[in-house]
Design a protein around this ligand. Sequence first.
Ligand code: SPV
Ligand code: MN
Length: 625
Amino acid sequence: MSDAKVLLQEKLTAENYARLAALDNPKMHEFVADSIELAQPASVFVSTGSEADTAYIRELAIKNGEEIPLDIPGHTCHFDGYYDQGRDKAQTKYLLPPGSKLGESLNSIGKQSGVKEVRSFLGGSMIGREMLVCFFCLGPLDSDFSIPCVQITDSPYVTHSEIILYRPGYEQFKKIGDSPDFFRFIHSEGELENAISKNIDKRRVYIDLEDDIVYSVNTQYGGNTIGLKKPALRLAIQKASRGGWLAEHMFLMGAHGPGGRVTYFAGAFPSACGKTSTSMLPGQTIVGDDIAYLRTKGGQARCVNVEKGIFGIIRDVNSEDDPIIYEALTSSCEVIFSNVLIDDEKKPHWLGMGSELPVEGVNYSGEWHKGKIDVNGNEITPSHKNARYCLNIPDLGNCDPLLDGPEGVIVGGIVYGGRDSDTWVPVEQAFNWEEGIIIKGAALESETTAATLGKEGVRTFNLMSNLDFLSIPLGRYIQNNLDFSKDIDNPPLIFSVNYFLRDKNGKYLNGMADKKVWILWAELRVNGEVEAIETPTGRIPKYEDLAKLFEEHLDARYTKDDYVRQFTIRIPENLAKLDRVEKIYKEKVSDTPNILFDTFGKVRKRFKAAQEKHGDYISPFDLTA
Ligand code: SPV
Ligand code: MN
């Protein structure tokens, strides 16, 4: 017997040992044994993902105070610490082996010292506590997209979230036998005070790309701790780069066109910029809202949702704007709310829910009352802006029937969008794949939001909305995206969207519901059913087509004034954007493919020619089809 198995047999009960031994995977056994030696738990629970094991984890989360049962059966609430409400970008680092480079845009630390530091924080972290060992699968089961994962944690909240968000992996591990090809995650909340991670100054998320391991410690917020979510995306981006596929921060939805036709769209938006609401558009079907893998197969682009649940932002979810999510959040399906306000009847409340909020209760700051201020004198909101809900997609009334299809869906269109108050038009199709990747995806900027710690509202470069998670040099990532279309007969069309355009007084130029029209217009373009008008960067809708879509789908009159205000081509802003983004590539991204600079140059010339002919601001009526 291997040393690892000897240790496991000694430390685990017979039943838990048998569960691990039934998986014939030495590398997994070594990982669990090493984690036990390091974290020194009082006991170890190995989950097979059975209903009984899942019930045990759900109950444990309540028993240890990490989740509070709410008024509706199946609903619980979890709180993260006051200073642990978003992804910690500063303390999330790649462990860099000697001699390797990732480029200066990615946060890294020498592997030897990083491992030493994070292992010292994990050392003894589970003394007196129960270690949970759970198995999950990224992507649908039994598919080319599947990546088995093992998660070790002392947090039943983390595993409970993963049970909702991912497909079960114990049986997948039986199938892979002794293959070393899986991801490993170890997490500890660290020392707790009132069920909250206490040592936030020692919060770390360190990623080992050589060994496909992520270490996370002294934090509870899902984006830092749920191994299969953003930590796994980082590992997957590197794996995809080696394997010629793509791992993206993208939703995936079925847009329902005329005659019952369904065209699938994958779309990348930075966090808190409308990704979930686009995947949830009324009358359409959702496959996923956050992370997608894309592969070329049989001359087509195929895409899956890596997850089967949603960890979505709850702010502004109300019965009018998000009726399907609201319905799920108020019915008796399984939901974990996090960082909302709980009243004394154990009902959850959140900002923008459409009804008056209580003036007191319990929230992410503890006992809360209206007007409560924090140590810096800032008023504490009733629920956090990044408060979330976690639920199963099949519990939504609009779940797409192909959610778990092992082949994925065929992608008809790709959409890139960000929080942009003054530059891009609401929707535009790129001329071709290459320009779409470069002028839309690689040029994406967005104003920062509450999904990460730090200041909000700062315009930031965020290529493909994936910058936070990239684990390969930026230039290589762009090249991978360019190359992806190589083996596709009809590459997906690429679109940009902008839901956040404002007028001079700061007023939004579009309503929340309008995004449905942009996506349905894109659906018609993919199927060759509407003409378009050429701009320097692509093709925009004709007024008549939009007026028809607004009337048919939103029962709204779309005026020529609306159209001109929204679709005016803003040349100075677009030129400034090209300059800003080009400067970043020139100064910070040494492996930028030359084609990016050539394309920027070409597009700049087109803008200048249009400017000479029409002036700084061009009405779409002055452009031709
Ligand atoms: C995001 O912030 O992009 C999310 C939630 O989807 S997190 O798990 O924090 O990444
Ligand atoms: Mn996300």
